[in-house]
Each structure stands twice: as C-alpha cells, then as structure tokens.
Design a protein around this ligand. Structure first.
Ligand code: GTP
Ligand code: NAG
Ligand code: NAG
Length: 445
C-alpha cells in the first residue's frame, strides 16, 4: 500500500506516459545534480545499481538492533542516534544505514496477525528519511551486499567497572563479553540469532564492545579498527545522543515523516468525525520536510481535545504519576470546558475492561477503531501512528507522564507549529498536587 512500485499495474496509458516522463526527469536530475546530492540519494536508488557498481562504491553498511524489550517509540528515538552516528561516519566513508525490520515488539499483541519482517516503508516515508541520510531496507541490503551475511556484530555493553560517578564513561574498546551472547555458532562456524525474523541471515563474527558514550565517540572505533563491509551494532539503545534536541536531532526527527497512507487515513478520520481539516486548522503539511517550517504558534488545530491515556503496564506498577480513569475523565471535562471544545479524541492502549469503564464515564469520546481487516493491513504500529497523528492535530493535547508515545506526539505538534502551551501537558497522578509538566523542546532549523 505504501509502496509506490505497486501502483502502476492498472494505470491508464497517460498515467504510464507520465511516469516515464518523471523517470526521464529523475535520470536527468541525477546526471546533473551535484556530488553530495548524489551521495544522499544513491542508497535509495540501489535497485538501479548492479552488485558490481555497489562494490566499486566501497560502500559500508551500518546495521543495528535494539533490546527486544524496548517499545516502538523508543526505537524511533534510537534511529535518531544511529542517524547521528551515520553522519559522523560519512565524513570518512560511504556509509549507508540499514533499517532494522519491525517486529516482535512487546506491545504489538493483536492476535492473528503476523507482525514480523515489517519494512520501514509501512510506517515511514522512505524518501523523506533519505533526504536526511542514505538508508535502505534490510531486504535491499541482502540483494545489494550479496547475501544474508553480516560481517561483524558488535554487542554494546556496559563497561565491566560499571558506573563511575553516575557519569557515562566514554570508552568504546573492550573486547570481552560480560553477558551471555544471544548468538550461537552453527556447525559451519557462522553465528545464528534473531535477525528480525530472517532465519537465513548469519553473522561471520560477533564481539562485544563496552561503549557507554555518545554516538560520536563510537564512530572512530567503527571507522578505523574494523575492516568489515557490514557492521551491526546490537543493543544500540546504549548509544547516547550527541546533542539531544539540537539541529542534527531535529533534522532527523523531521525526516521521520509518517507513511502517506497512514496520514491519509488519519486526515480522513479528522475530516469525517472531528470537523478538522488542515486548511481550517492552519496546520499545513508539506510532504517534503526540508521545505516545512511552520511558525511556532501558527497552528490552530481541529476543534477537539487530543488525549493520550497510556494504560496497561503504566498502571500495573501503581505509578504515582499516572491517574485513575476517574481522575483522568474529570481532567478531560475541565479541559473541554476551559478551551470551549465539544469533542474529545482519545488514544489509549487500555484493556477491554478499562475501555468499557471509560466508555461509560465518557460516552461522547471519539476513538479510532480499526476493523479486523484494517488492523491486518495497518498492524498495531500503523494504528498507533494514526492515533498519534490525530492527537497531533487537536487544538489542545494532554498526554501521559514519561510515555515515549506522548513525547512523539509533542514533537509532531512542534513540527506543525502549535503553541507550546497547547502541547506540553500531561495528566497528574491522583496524589500529585503539583505535577511537573513536560519540557518544551524547540525545533532548531
Ligand atoms: N494504538 C495505540 N497504541 C498505543 C497507545 N498507547 C500505547 N500503545 C501501544 O503501546 C506501545 C507503547 O509503548 P511505547 O511506544 O514504547 O511508548 P511508551 O508509552 O513510552 O511505553 P514504554 O516504552 O513501555 O515505556 C505503543 O508502541 C503502542 O503499540 C495508544 O494510545 N494507541
Ligand atoms: C572477529 O573480530 C575481532 C574484532 O574485530 C577480531 O579481533 C577477530 O580476529 C575476528 N575473528 C575472526 C574469526 O575473524
Ligand atoms: C466545522 O467547523 C467550521 C469552522 O471551523 C464551522 O463553520 C462549521 O460549522 C463546523 N461544522 C460542524 C458540523 O460543526
């Protein structure tokens, strides 16, 4: 669905002609564009390169994976750190980032759908990512690099000495593994393990690296000490941001444009159930993120309150900063009154029991509820993105304390140009009298 290649099949003749024209223009563009533009877009054009051409490029592939327990929205943050690492690496070589397929996430539990080997293109716009750094999907890596082999895996770990004065120790070179490896040698001497559900994938070598530091401190190690063409960082969440919320951070964050079909479904829902359109709401969106710079405070937002109520594991631990449903509904009602809004859109991962309770207490709430068929197509990740997209367009938003799901909504609203007062809000726990509100992170363009 998100895949442009699939759309030509039944197109009328003039459409096909149009496509050829576009293709010719693209080819001309590549011929005459500068070397740096070439660099950025080459990876995405990998289908046009023969393996020989790829080899002659001396390209090096950076792959990564994250602790299996981490959720979708933290993984999106790890991508930003990897992009930053890749930018540093590219100062001295033709590195390409290989996007780790989505799957087997702890929260993606919808039954009867097979949620592994999901390419990034199902959730994000690949061309948008490519306007920031060269990226390819894992399957492209397999065909481009000559097979399902990864030359070297580096498992990131804490240094054996542990914490020193609570500071991250910036050392990235210690070859002994502390924990038991999640990879094991097969009878041919290749390493087997979890490679996003691609069982045929093997690694030629696995070592551990104590790397408690920023992306930039890792770069020289990867650059100089290893001759591998493809390098995979496992436990990549242990790499720290070089500069959280700086220009580089925001460039990458802005490039993480949601896949078009998800935005369209979200927009249709807004129009149909929430009387919300970009024109009325003053939330113009440009498919080309490099051209997008909405002024802070310029977005009005649709005539509804956007709510993210993170439940399940957030309440099972009896966290002090998460409200009971009763308290949450009370807050919702007071916000509706204060901001003179009639409608409330609720995104939540509440279980059936809590959901019916919530429906009883807040019967007028609007939710995005996919049919079984939609769910099969969009998967849990797509549905979560649509929820985030709709929350991001409301006149006022309130989320859940320290939920990365809510944080990503804050960023989306920042990009759209909302007044920070309407964005950086969270529910207080029942027993918190003064609760600290989320931090405003301003975009650096
Ligand atoms: N559709 C939908 N899914 C949600 C919602 N809230 C949570 N989820 C699901 O639960 C996951 C929450 O985990 P994360 O994305 O990691 O965000 P988080 O709230 O910080 O949770 P942790 O990572 O566990 O701390 C999401 O990825 C979704 O799969 C919601 O409002 N709507
Ligand atoms: C595996 O990688 C380490 C670290 O680069 C290297 O020292 C070692 O020789 C490699 N082993 C093999 C079998 O290539
Ligand atoms: C939708 O919003 C517009 C202006 O924002 C308003 O004029 C119109 O009456 C609204 N329609 C409904 C059905 O509420």
């Amino acid at each position: 669905m998100a895949n442009k290649r699939g759309t030509a099949g039944s197109a009328p003749f003039h459409d096909i002609l149009g496509q050829y024209l576009v293709l010719i223009l693209i080819i001309l563009f590549y011929k005459f564009s500068s070397a740096t533009m070439d660099d950025i877009f080459r990876a995405g054009q990998s289908m046009m390169l023969s393996p020989v051409a790829a080899a002659s490029r001396d390209v090096r592939y950076l792959l990564y994976d994250v602790n299996p327990l981490e959720g979708f929205n933290l993984r999106r943050d790890v991508y930003i750190r990897m992009a930053s690492l890749l930018k540093t690496l590219r100062k001295n070589g033709d590195w390409v980032l290989v996007l780790p397929p989505w799957g087997r996430l702890p929260h993606w539990q919808s039954p009867d759908i097979n949620q592994v080997r999901i390419p990034w293109g199902e959730f994000f716009s690949i061309t948008s990512l490519q306007a920031n750094i060269p990226v390819i999907e894992y399957e492209e890596f397999i065909s481009e690099s000559g097979g399902p082999f990864i030359d070297q895996i580096l498992v990131l770990q804490r240094s054996a000495e542990g914490w020193t004065d609570g500071k991250w120790e910036e050392m990235a070179d210690e070859p002994t593994c502390i924990e038991k490896l999640m990879y094991s040698k097969d009878k041919h001497g290749y390493y087997r393990g979890w490679f996003w559900g691609y069982e045929e994938t093997r690694a030629l070598n696995v070592t551990c690296l104590s790397a408690q530091g920023h992306a930039s401190t890792l770069a020289p190690v990867l650059q100089n000490k290893l001759n591998a063409m493809s390098l995979m960082l496992d436990r990549a969440e242990s790499v720290l941001h070089d500069h959280y919320a700086g220009k580089d951070y925001w460039d990458t964050r802005r490039s993480m444009v949601f896949a078009k079909h998800l935005r369209i479904i979200g927009d249709d829902f807004r129009a149909k159930y929430l009387n919300s359109t970009d024109k009325q709401d003053q939330t113009p969106y440009n498919d080309d993120w490099t051209q997008m710079k909405n002024r802070l405070g310029s977005a009005k937002g649709g005539p509804y309150l956007g709510v993210h109520l993170r439940r399940k594991d957030f309440i099972w631990g009896h966290r002090e900063d998460v409200p009971t449903l009763k308290r949450a509904v009370k807050k919702i009602r007071s916000l509706l009154k204060k901001h003179k809004l009639q409608q409330v859109f609720v995104a939540t991962n509440a279980d059936e029991e809590e959901l019916s309770k919530l429906k009883r207490m807040l019967p007028e709430m609007v939710r995005y509820e996919p049919t079984c068929e939609d769910l099969k197509l969009l998967k849990d990740g797509g549905v979560a993105i649509i929820d985030q997209w709709i929350c991001a367009h409301g006149r006022y938003f309130i989320g859940t304390s320290v939920s990365t799901f809510s944080f990503r909504i804050h960023e989306e609203r920042e990009i759209l140009g909302f007044d920070p007062k309407t964005t950086y809000n969270r529910f207080c726990g029942d027993d918190e009298n003064e609760c600290e509100q989320p931090t405003h992170w301003k975009i650096v363009y």
